[in-house]
Design a binder for this molecule. Structure first.
Ligand SMILES: Nc1ncnc2c1ncn2[C@@H]1O[C@H](COP(=O)(O)OP(=O)(O)OP(=O)(O)O)[C@@H](O)[C@H]1O
Ligand SMILES: [Mg+2]
Length: 382
């Protein structure tokens, strides 16, 4: 399909193979639910998706390397990692657009390895909007339903479209063309088009990447509310750690095709398994570790500052004089960059409250910093 200049400008990019498969997915759902997955709803503790030692090679590149992952029913799980680490490839194997080179994929306890996309109860919202520019919003949303055999009645389709548009807060937008919508609205149409099929799992591949910061924040909240309301399992791919931490029940951190750690946002933040996770999830300071294979990590909000070493609280494991190199006011926090002769440069997050007690320090001031033993994490450099 070709896009006109205006469409292209609005990022209405249509990857034809994926859209065709997605439409097939919708068309195959009814049949699928009756054949491979009888019995309807999934128990809350059941794994909706499971990877068992899944590897995907493209030539010599292992895009996904020997991964195990379980996603529970109703869970909001994010896959987080830098560009090229295998996030999209993982999602495409769940959706059935790619098949693993080795290992097995299970959906609701059934081995679906080798089963094509149109026979899986999952829907994917792509990295790009992938809407049909010549169709109205309602026709885009109902496309999958209209391909089903037998085809639902016009009134059933219209009702389902209204419900799906209401879910994404686009009531009354059915008659509009896609080029009459904003980026956020387009992304919500893409969501409605996936939700109308009532998939067991919705796979979201960086759905907010094209949006500006404010809209992105609004959509993050809407996505979370939506997931709570519809109870569908959401799997979100992102390389934005703030997005992953703030939205998900659990986060899976990947590097070079491998899952490094999976856990709740708090677990990843407080108990990262290695330096890579600590660095990727939140801000932290790294200092020389007890051995060459280890690093000492201290989160900036765990560091206390005072006008002098003597004024630091009792019971700290580290107490050093530091010079203030930089100061950034961030509303409820101030971020200080400081330098110590013994430890080098590091970052401190001082909450407004402590500033009110202790005062604000200026660039060039000689002050002191320290932290408690329990704030220290010794992490392998892997
Ligand atoms: N069809 C393909 N043929 C060959 N190599 C591929 C193919 N698809 C992906 N790759 C390679 O596999 C690796 C993982 O790609 P993938 O698209 O999964 O990354 P990603 O984590 O989604 O990255 P991004 O954040 O940039 O979207 C990359 O090295 C990529 O070049
Ligand atoms: Mg990707």
């Amino acid at each position: 399909m070709r896009c006109s200049g205006l469409m292209a400008e609005r990022k209405l990019i249509v990857p034809p193979d994926d859209v065709a498969s997605m439409i097939d997915t919708a068309a195959g759902l009814m049949e699928l639910q009756e054949t491979i997955f009888p019995g309807g709803l999934v128990a809350q503790d059941q794994n909706v998706i499971e990877f068992r030692q899944v590897t995907k090679r493209f030539g010599t590149v292992a895009a996904v390397a020997d991964n195990n992952l379980s996603v529970k029913a109703g869970e909001f799980l994010s896959i987080l990692g830098p560009s090229g680490c295998g996030k999209t490839t993982s999602l495409r194997m769940m959706a059935g657009f790619e098949q693993p080179t080795s290992g097995e994929v299970f959906i609701r306890g059934q081995n679906v390895t080798g089963v094509p996309a149109y026979r899986r109860p999952v829907n994917m919202v792509f990295q790009h909007y992938a809407l049909f520019p010549h169709l109205s919003v309602a026709d885009n949303v109902s496309y999958g339903l209209r391909q089903r055999t037998p085809r639902p009645s016009a009134s059933d389709i219209s009702k389902a479209v209204d419900e799906a548009l209401a879910m994404v807060r686009l009531d009354g937008y059915g008659k509009r063309r896609s080029y009459e919508l904003s980026g956020g609205q387009l992304q919500r149409v893409a969501l409605a088009r996936a939700l109308i099929n009532r998939p067991a799992v919705l796979l979201l591949d960086e759905p907010l990447a094209a949006l500006d910061r404010k809209l992105r924040r609004d959509m993050q909240i809407e996505l979370q509310n939506l997931q709570r309301d519809v109870g569908i399992t959401f799997l979100l791919v992102t390389h934005d750690q703030e997005e992953a931490l703030s939205m998900s029940d659990r986060v899976c951190v990947m590097r070079e095709g491998k899952i490094v750690q999976t856990g709740s946002p708090r677990e990843l933040y407080d108990r990262p398994v290695n330096r890579y996770v600590a660095d990727f999830v939140g801000k932290t300071n790294f200092f020389k570790g007890p051995s060459t294979d280890e690093t000492l990590s201290v989160r900036p909000e765990m560091i206390e500052i005072a006008a002098s070493v003597a004024r630091l609280p009792e019971g700290l494991a580290a107490r050093v004089p530091v010079k203030v190199l930089n100061r950034i006011f961030l509303g409820e926090h101030t971020e200080y960059r400081v330098a110590s002769e013994a430890l080098g440069e590091f970052m401190v997050m001082a909450p407004r409250k402590s500033e009110r007690e202790a005062g604000v320090y200026d660039i060039g001031d000689m002050i002191a910093a320290g932290w408690r033993a329990e704030s220290e994490r010794i992490l392998p450099n892997t």
